[in-house]
Design a protein around this ligand. Sequence first.
Ligand SMILES: [Zn+2]
Length: 118
Amino acid sequence: MASLITCPHCGVRPKEEFTIRGDASPVRPAPEAKFAAWDAYVHLRDNVRGRMAEHWQHSGGCRRWLVVERDTFTHAVHSVVDAAEFARARAAKPGRAKTSKAAPAKPAKAASKGRGKA
Ligand SMILES: [Zn+2]
């Protein structure tokens, strides 16, 4: 089954029309912020297994930047909003910048070990 993304501007489109940039949760520090804050903003990312918000560009369509909330384990897409709208909402509620990182998905079942004892 093809993965589909609902672009708020173009409608339902195949994921191959999109380019992923990565985690949408980091907030750009103030220009006068300490080195550690800039280092974390530029280099540090969580490796989330579960639901997270990511920047995706509809590069094969309207070329707008979007924030896609999806499960990195199941690839289920939960929501898609325009990145400008996401930024405005985050600026209005700065304490909720990382709400997209919900509980991790259940671990996969271990694969069968084969035909039994050797
Ligand atoms: Zn689009």
